[in-house]
Write a protein that binds this ligand. Structure first.
Ligand SMILES: O=C(O)CCC(=O)C(=O)O
Ligand SMILES: [Fe+2]
Length: 238
């Protein structure tokens, strides 16, 4: 009974957010994606930083959020981060997602991720999902060196502005991440720029417009570097 109530609630939220629920979508991942024309934008100030604002269709976003709900990625409200290490521990939907990322990179000239990274096997073997309640952020950081170059961030549910700040010049560049967007960072963007989301309880400003902030979920996909030390030696952050 409780389960049925929860299912109904998830369905309602998906309908409100996406105008559809995941089960009413009959298309398969590959069908939905073949309809899409991936438009990539480079961030000119930050070498190696690219965003594809409408990478995931609303239906595909809904299916992923719905899968995360049923897979209990966040079993309690107090849990706002979940990680999976190793291809075999990634959820079933990670592989088609990685395939789409690879195809979207290969389809664009210049490639938004160097092809030697986009064509490695596996493309990703680690996933971290973060939940931000409206206005929460993440402090400035460069992702740990235990992860290889070539990092992807997918955004769901709410807009947010991510700031990239150069570690030497301190030049700061805002980047808008909309629901369904894919951000790729490699090279300088990955190693020489901190990224952060400012904590801002009410709203953020993007090019003079107020963005209202509600719950946001992000999925970061990375590949463990082959020379990395055992997982247990690493602090459980980023
Ligand atoms: O939530 C995001 O968009 C960023 C997450 C992030 O930077 C990380 O997990 O290292
Ligand atoms: Fe990060």
């Amino acid at each position: 009974m409780e389960k049925e109530k929860m299912r109904k609630e998830v369905k309602e939220v998906l309908e409100q957010v996406f105008g559809c629920d995941s089960e009413s979508e009959s298309e398969s991942e590959s069908e939905s994606e073949s309809e899409r024309e991936w438009k990539w934008e480079s961030i000119p100030e930050v070498n190696g930083l690219w965003v594809c604002p409408q990478f995931l269709s609303p239906g595909r976003q809904a299916r992923i959020i719905s899968a995360m709900e049923s897979e209990k990625w966040f079993p309690e409200a107090s849990i706002n981060q979940a990680m999976r290490f190793g291809v075999e521990h990634l959820p079933w939907w990670a592989s088609p997602l990685a395939q789409s990322i690879r195809r979207s990179v290969e389809a664009h000239e210049p490639a938004p991720l160097p092809l030697e990274l986009a064509q490695r096997e596996p493309l990703f073997d680690q996933m971290i999902a973060n939940v931000y309640e409206g206005g929460e952020g993440i402090c400035p950081h460069v992702d740990l060196l235990r992860f290889d170059d070539g990092i992807a961030i997918l955004s769901f549910l709410s807009d947010c502005v991510m700031h990239f700040t150069h570690t030497h010049t301190h030049l700061s560049v805002p980047v808008l991440l909309t629901p369904g967007s894919l951000l790729l960072m490699s090279g300088e963007a990955r190693y020489l720029w901190n990224h952060q989301i400012n904590r801002s309880p009410l709203f953020q400003i993007w090019r003079g417009h107020h963005l209202s902030l509600s719950k946001r979920i992000s999925i970061t996909l990375r590949k463990l570097s082959s020379s990395s030390p055992p997982i247990t030696l690493q602090p459980p952050s980023f």
